[in-house]
Design a protein around this ligand. Structure first.
Ligand SMILES: NC(=O)c1ccc[n+]([C@@H]2O[C@H](COP(=O)([O-])OP(=O)(O)OC[C@H]3O[C@@H](n4cnc5c(N)ncnc54)[C@H](O)[C@@H]3O)[C@@H](O)[C@H]2O)c1
Length: 330
């Protein structure tokens, strides 16, 4: 198949692009490179620098495509609280141009990177797809808005979409050649590993008084290569006539922030003193995926569900690329 991957120069998009190419698909990456890296894009893919809200660029890249994987977006929760308009514009409004262009060019299959943030602070875990969607930050709200647009485009134009609500992506391509390089980095595992690579002696965990077994937040991690494989499978299911739907992508197992930091120390052999800081606003105590729907309907079976494997792969990337990609922003 010929696939347009938006955000394909970012962390998850670059790894998904490589997995699609390895499976024999043809890939066009569309990315502004605002937060992505040209070096992360596999040279077998065609890279177009442009915005998902630019109808002219879409007119060049979409004709002849069989499907779109829409990963482009802004991802920082705290920033979304301070500047919600930026998130609604980029995550919900500009991609509307993408949907209209897909209809115009008769591309009717899409896989969307949504997020567990659409659930807000749920009362019970594991969280199943039918749980109420009450986002507590503008990031989650902007993603939910786009999910709803997909629903309406499905009804009106026969656009079939699989909407994946990721929990926390972790790890890197297993040989350490491409991985996570956000600036600023807000995700726990890369923050810990970068602190360790920099030789820092302390690491601050946000909040130690949550109603969880050790008082720190609990999160569900999924290996980024398993995410990429899930995208490939979703594409094949859509190609085979699957109607689409909403699916959680996680492993159904939660790890506390303390467990994660200790596992990082174990993998790297580097000691770091853990300090408990204040809570970070908007952090729900526990986010753990109910993952049986994706396993049942799509036949997904993550192969790298062990936290240690995720950290080992991430460490390979971070220790070999202490400055991330050599140049980043345009
Ligand atoms: N990383 C996670 O743990 C996680 C969890 C849940 C959901 N997600 C979702 O997965 C997707 C990918 O996340 P990531 O961690 O790879 O983020 P990332 O920032 O590394 O990648 C996003 C890419 O999108 C590009 N981009 C942003 N706006 C664009 C636009 N308007 N047009 C074209 N390109 C644009 C950026 O330049 C960047 O390369 C995001 O949509 C995010 O919301 C990620």
């Amino acid at each position: 198949m010929k696939i347009l991957v938006t955000g394909g120069a970012g962390y998850i998009g670059s790894i998904t692009t490589r997995a699609l190419l390895d499976a024999g698909h043809e890939v066009i990456v569309l990315d502004t490179l605002e937060n992505g890296h040209a070096e992360a894009v596999d040279p077998r893919a065609r890279l177009e620098i442009g915005d998902v809200g630019d109808a002219t660029v879409l007119g060049w890249v979409l004709p002849g495509c069989d499907a779109v994987m829409h990963l482009a977006g802004y991802i920082e929760v705290a920033e979304s609280q301070n500047d919600p308009g930026r998130y609604f514009s980029n995550n919900a409004c500009r991609p509307l141009t993408l949907l209209s262009a897909m209809v115009e060019h008769d591309v009717r299959a899409l896989v969307f990177s949504s997020t567990a943030a659409v659930y807000g602070a749920p009362d019970c875990v594991p969280i199943v797809e039918s749980a109420p969607t009450v986002p507590v930050n503008a990031y989650g709200a902007s993603k939910l808005m786009f999910e709803q647009q997909l629903d309406w485009f499905g009804r009106a134009h026969g656009l079939h979409s699989i909407r994946f609500r990721y929990f926390n992506a972790a790890g890197a391509w297993p040989d350490g050649s491409i991985g996570e390089a956000h600036e600023p980095e807000t995700h726990l595992i890369p923050r810990v590993l970068r602190s360790m690579a920099d030789g820092q002696t302390h690491f601050e965990v946000y909040g130690g008084d949550y109603h969880t077994p050790d008082g720190t937040c609990v999160r569900d991690y999924i290996h980024v290569v398993d995410l990429a494989e899930a995208h490939r499978t979703a594409l094949e299911r859509l190609g085979a006539g699957h109607d689409g739907g909403v699916y959680n992508l996680g492993n159904g197992r939660g790890y506390s922030n303390l467990e994660v930091v200790r596992a990082c120390a174990d993998v790297t052999g580097r000691r770091i003193e853990i300090q408990i800081g204040p809570r970070r606003e908007g952090d729900p105590p526990q986010l753990v995926a109910g993952h049986s729907k994706a396993r049942r309907d799509l036949g997904l079976a993550p192969m790298r569900d062990d936290l240690r494997t995720m950290i080992e792969d991430a460490w390979r990337w971070h220790s070999e690329h202490p400055s991330g990609y050599t140049y980043c922003r345009v």
